[in-house]
Design a protein around this ligand. Structure first.
Ligand code: 6LW
Length: 519
């Protein structure tokens, strides 16, 4: 049962996937946490090539993430379709919005403001309808507030009125896994005479797993399958680890598919995942009424993915892949006089709400570059996990004809700066990431290598800093998100143009910086 799907299916910061098939077209959504626009929607007809067609939360009023801390915000959506309506149910963690259901007739948007379901005291809500058309919300009863924040009461469910968001009964406990920690990510499916309850357990790190139970009624009782956990990479030599948090959908060839989250750790022994949790796919076979799931195989697209934005027109900022932190892209960036203009608050990526827009780093081998003109301000190119774990390359005018570039490698309580001076009043800054060429056990070779280069008007590449990427990985940052890279303004008004991203995870990846990386 070999997978014919590219893996990662949705590379980069794309955890907690949920997928629905409607008239032969697939729509997949993932978590977006503190970033806006929130909840990316990807579309495919063949399950191989996917297009980012929009985002569900385009307005601050929908997402409620203006104040939510990094790592909180929009967690773990479920997408479903019924009678011509698309539904996305989600919990917005550490936000007064809580559990919300958004609806749309077109998944590209616009999506509704969202109906809150205040009785959901937990995370990872699922939506399912019984044969009579009653709607059920099923969720992981992880109590984020109240008397005992952090308490976990397993999987719960209640019948809900989707028009008002009101619970129609008190929550009932459901089957909650094989006893591993954090039963979460429930999804319900009707198949033949049974209702199947799929969940994740084991925690979203190396112990992550998927288990299943079934019963005659959507309300249970459910009994666990004969071969749980169905999917778990822990302790195997698979290059894809932390596999879990799955949703089930019928693939284009009629075989069922799991979409699930996973990470691509680099290194032997203790290993580090630069990009955080990504979306993967794997085929599912049904044997004696139970699913059998193939381990997730790594199968990245071959070749190089290249993307360019001249940043000379406002339309380029409407691309759904741009992200801002807890605010809209348009709140911090505008196209003025044919280039991108951003004004800084006096702080760089240390700010909880920086003047920063970025895109997901989607390949382990990658180059992101931009031209910066710091005539009336200070700013540059940054790589962000959050306000405590980031890297900034900042340009400022040193004389009328020269630009000083400062790289700050920021970790909690630790900052290291590197400086280089280059000719000209405009500089191209580039952040390159590369997988190590070979691993030596215990020599610290895990993680990737991050190289920050400045190119002045003489066209010469000047390496400003070379960093050990383990420090900006999901494990070190203990982060649910991933890397986002893009321009920021620290102070004054900074102008930018020519943003370029290229990435390649095939066998050969990209050339090593120094071997002449052309952008
Ligand atoms: C998600 C939950 C999880 O809601 O992480 O630990 C949360 N597991 O399933 C954020 O992705």
């Amino acid at each position: 049962m070999a997978s014919s799907y590219p893996n990662p299916l949705m590379p980069g910061f794309n955890p907690d996937p949920s997928c629905v098939r409607v008239d032969g077209v697939y729509y997949l959504v993932t978590s977006s946490f503190e970033y806006m626009p929130g909840l990316p929607v990807y579309r495919s007809t063949d399950f191989v090539s996917w297009e980012h067609i929009g985002n569900i939360a385009e307005r601050m009023s929908q997402s409620g993430v203006a104040e939510t801390p990094s790592g909180m915000g929009i967690w773990a959506p479920t997408i479903r379709h019924r009678d011509g309506v698309f539904y996305v149910i989600v919990v917005i963690a550490a936000s007064p919005r809580g559990c919300v259901v958004f609806t749309a007739s077109d998944p590209a948007g616009p999506w509704s403001e969202g109906t809150p379901i205040p009785s959901v005291d937990g995370i990872d809500p699922d939506l399912a309808w019984d044969d009579a058309g009653n709607a059920y919300v099923t969720y992981s009863a992880y109590r984020m507030a109240g008397e005992e924040p952090g308490r976990h009461d397993g999987i719960e469910q209640f019948r809900v009125d989707l028009t008002t968001g009101e619970a129609l009964e008190s929550p009932r406990p459901l089957w909650s896994g094989t006893g591993l920690q954090f039963p979460e990510a429930p999804h319900l499916y009707r198949r033949g005479a049974f209702w199947y309850l799929l969940i994740a357990e084991g925690g979203t790190e190396r112990g992550h797993a998927v288990s299943i139970a079934r019963g005659a009624s959507i309300e249970g009782p459910f009994s666990g399958g004969p071969a749980n956990p169905l999917l778990r990479a822990a302790g195997t030599s698979s290059p894809v680890q932390n596999t879990g948090h799955a949703d089930l959908v019928e693939g284009p060839d009629g075989t069922d598919v799991f979409v699930a989250l996973g990470v691509r750790p680099l290194g032997t022994g203790l290993s580090f995942s630069p990009l955080g949790r990504e979306t993967f796919a794997t085929p599912v076979e049904w044997v004696d009424g139970w699913p059998v799931v193939a381990p997730i195989e790594l199968a990245p697209h071959d070749g190089v993915c290249a993307e360019r934005f001249g940043l000379s027109s406002a339309a380029e900022l409407a691309d759904p892949g741009w992200l801002a932190v807890g605010q809209l892209v348009g709140d911090v960036a505008a196209v003025i006089d044919g280039c991108l203009a951003m004004s800084g608050p006096g702080v760089s990526l240390d700010a909880r709400r920086p003047a920063f827009i970025g895109r997901r780093q989607r390949h382990l081998d990658s180059d992101t570059s931009i031209r910066v003109r710091p005539r009336d301000g200070i700013g540059g190119l940054g790589l962000r996990y959050n306000e405590r774990f980031h890297i900034t390359a900042t340009a400022r005018s040193s004389t009328a004809e020269r630009t000083l570039v400062t790289v700050v490698a920021a970790l909690p309580g630790i900052r290291q700066s590197f400086h280089e001076d280059v000719p000209g009043d405009e500089v191209m800054l580039r952040i390159s990431t590369r997988r190590p060429r070979r691993f030596m056990p215990n020599d610290g070779a895990g993680g990737d290598r991050i190289v920050i280069t400045a190119v002045g008007t003489d066209g010469r590449d000047v390496v400003v800093a070379e960093l050990d990427g383990r420090f900006w990985s999901a494990e070190t940052a203990a982060s649910f998100t991933g890397r986002v890279i893009g321009p920021f303004a620290e102070s004054g008004e900074v102008r930018f143009r020519d943003f370029a991203y290229q990435g390649g995870d095939g066998r050969n990846g990209l050339a090593q910086p120094g071997e002449r990386v052309e952008l």
